[in-house]
Each structure stands twice: as structure tokens, then as C-alpha cells.
Write a protein that binds this ligand. Sequence first.
Ligand SMILES: Cc1cc2nc3c(=O)[nH]c(=O)nc-3n(C[C@H](O)[C@H](O)[C@H](O)COP(=O)(O)O)c2cc1C
Ligand code: SF4
Length: 466
Amino acid sequence: MGKAAYTDTPRHLLCKRIPTPPYGDWNDRHYVDYDEFVATGGYVGLRKALARTPEDVIDEVKKAVVRGRGGAGFPAGVKWTFLPPVPEGKKPGEPGAERYLAVNADESEPGTFKDRLLMEFDPHQLLEGIAICCHACRLNRAYIFIRGEYHLQAERLERALAEAYEKGIFGEKGLQNYDANTGGERFRVDCYVHRGAGAYICGEETALLEAIEGKRGWPRIKPPFPAVQGLFGRPTIINNVETLCHLQLIFNEGAEAFTAQGVESSIGGPPSYGTKLMGMSGHVERPGVYEFELGIPLRKFVEDHCGGMRNGKKFKAAIPGGVSMGILGPDQYDAELDFDIGSKYGVLGLGTACPTVFDEDTDMTAVARNIARFYKHESCGQCTPCREGSGWVYQLMCRITEGDARNRDLDIALEVAESMGTMPGTTICGLADGNNFAMKTLIGKFREEFEAKLQKTFVAATVGVS
Ligand SMILES: Cc1cc2nc3c(=O)[nH]c(=O)nc-3n(C[C@H](O)[C@H](O)[C@H](O)COP(=O)(O)O)c2cc1C
Ligand code: SF4
């Protein structure tokens, strides 16, 4: 079981073949091919999972409490139980019994660059996770939706996929399960890499399904949820790359090997087990991707592992994991990077756990304008509060940073931002909640800085200076 607090005794679970600080040098990384993967324990987890019934495999994943690494932290094992059973008398993949896995490799959240590492250097780890998930959920086809800009990663995935097909992990030969009740059977899984065209919204799970279907990436209204009616109208599981990569360890070494890492909740919530790939960016000496147990305090991450703040400057703020999560203020440098962070520190959540750190010289109004520009550009335009609101918020942030705002503009910006999102119940998807949280935490935690710009405007206006 996880510990009450972070103890700094981490073990690489995801990066054992990919040298990653603090226990390896980035420069030693290379593509891990099928032979090397197998020689270092690869596909053993799959073999062990195949020897168990699908129900048993799901139970093991539930026991490990693998919380989704794509941003929302929803437990994978629980999500998998939402699938309806395979229609009686049919096998997965037969007409009327098609069931899919959509792997979310879109990774477009600003500041997030962790899944690319897994796909670039150790793609078989993902393919093993995909095969385990397909066995557990009785899925017959997987689509890896990878962001358009990830050319090298997509090529490496294709290369690994060709190796996996040749070795019979995917394709015609089929995987053999060893169900004691039925004597086992061969079942076929196919897997495809589908390249995106570079829209942030396609990372939202239902927009991703639309994009795979060849349509414009517009999120769908839920319900129906994808587990019931997803890709091509069929039951579909959607999981993030990193979430699936954890499965090889869970079946190789057991759920306990996973739950031994990470921390229990300090507020009576669900635990944060396992390790997490954390991509650090911003004003630190050594940015990059690190693997830590969940629960590492941000200060420790920066000071002990990233060489401290750049040029010895003071910490001012941080985004915990993608701009959609909002911002941690100067007094929240000790925030623990685990799934409690939303409730404890007034942000939306842990997100992708890829922090962006800002030093004392950062103009937070400029940060707000930049983030507002991103949401204005990326809104898909279906919902009025998001389409129009994101434009208004951006205009107001421009006025503020340019010293051209009226005193009431700050509250107008806040009101517009707070009225959009699935939480206030005005939009279809969570993109607008990201905009809402980014704006309200920035204005809430750095209000004086915004007001100082307004006061300048006010003074300029009253004395007639342009
Ligand atoms: C606007 C938006 C963008 C998202 N982008 C991504 C993404 O790039 N990658 C990802 O894994 N999840 C992304 N998500 C979360 C997915 O909708 C979904 O929750 C996730 O892929 C589920 O996988 P998990 O349970 O394994 O985390 C995004 C969500 C929203 C609202
Ligand atoms: S909230 Fe924004 S991005 Fe999401 S569906 Fe509505 S308009 Fe599109």
C-alpha cells in the first residue's frame, strides 16, 4: 500500500529501459526494439494476464487503483467495468460485436511532453498495455490517436507495431488465452496508428473518436458515454498512453508492486498510487521529463532534482499539469503532486503532472493573456459560452496587459470565464472549464498585479495621458 507521505524512495516503473533523471542520463536513451524489450522482461505481463480471465484481469487493475494519467485521474479498472457484455453467442469483432480501444496519444496540453518519451523510446511497453487491455475488456481493435506534430514518435510506433504483428501479438494468428473454464481460445486484436492534424480539442475523448471516424473533432454530448456507444457507435474504452503503459508492471509483478509506490490521500479521498512521468518546464535550471512516485512536493522536485530556480531567482507560481489546471501561488510551493492537489490547493486537479514554473520576474497578466489566447484559438466553437466567452476573455486580457482596461474589466473577465464550462453546466466539454480555472486562479491569486495595471489605466485616463 502507498505511504502516508512521500518518502523519496522511488523506483522507475515506466522508465526502466529509458534512462531518466534522477537515476539515468537522458543522453543514454535509444529505441528499444522487440528483442531488447523481451530480453528485459517485456511481454511477460501480457503472458501472465492471458493466463487469467478477463474479469480477473479487471479486478487486478481495480486493486491497483490505476488512476488515468491523461488528466482526469479516473480509475481505469472502474472505467472498464462500464462496458456492456459481448452479445450472447458472438465473439468480439464479429458483426454486431465490435469493441474498440482508443489510445489517447494526442498530448496537446500546453507544458505536457511525457507520453512522447514512452512512444519514442519504448513503444512496446504501450503495445503490451494495449494487448492486456484488449484481453481484459474483450476488445478486438485498438486505434492509437497520436498528435500530428509527433512525426518521429508515430514512425517509431509504426515500427514497433510491425514487429509486434510479426511476432503474433496483433493480427491474424491471434493471442491465446488460457481460460480454465473454456480451455482457452485464440482471439484476434488489430492495432492502428492514426495521426491527428494538430487540434488541441482532439485530445478530448469524444472529439478524438470523431476525429478517428474522419470527422471534424467536435466533442459529443454525453451520455451516451463511449463505453456504451463510442467509436462507430460501438462500445469503446479510451485511455491515455501512460495509463496503459503501467499495465505491464501490474501483471508482471502484481498490483502490490504498483500500490507500494505513491501515497494515500491525506484528505480521505482515493489514493494516488504508482509513479508518474512528470515533465518539468519553465524557469528551472534543468527542465525535462522525470519519473517520481506520486506525492512528491513541487519544491523538492525543483530544488533537489531540477537544479533549483533558474539564475537563483525566487519561485512565484506554477501550473501543476497543463494550463487547464489553473495556477499555484507563491505560498503553494510545497504542494504535493498527487491527486489531492485540486481540493487542497484550489486548482482544478493534477492534470498531466507536468509543471510549468514561473519565477519572481514573471508578469502574471502576460501569462493570463497568453493562456486566454490559447483557449480562444482552440475552442471548437460548438458552445456559445466557450466560443464567444473565450474571445471576450482574450480581448479583456489584452486590454489589461496593454494598460488599456477600465476598472470594471477585471470583474467582467472573471464573470465571463466563470460562466463557461461543464461545471457551471453551460458547455459540452471540459475545454471551457480549463479556461475558467486558469483565469479564476490567476486573477484570484494575483489580483493586486492585475489591479496595478488597472490603476495605471485609471490614472492615465484621469490625467488625460494616452
Ligand atoms: C480539452 C481536453 C483536452 C484533452 N487532451 C488530452 C490529451 O491530449 N491526452 C489525454 O490523454 N487526455 C486528454 N484529455 C482527457 C481525455 O478526455 C480523457 O479523459 C483521457 O484520455 C482518458 O484517459 P485516462 O483515463 O487514461 O486518463 C483532454 C480532455 C479535454 C477536456
Ligand atoms: S466547450 Fe468549447 S471546445 Fe468544448 S465543445 Fe464547447 S465550444 Fe467546443
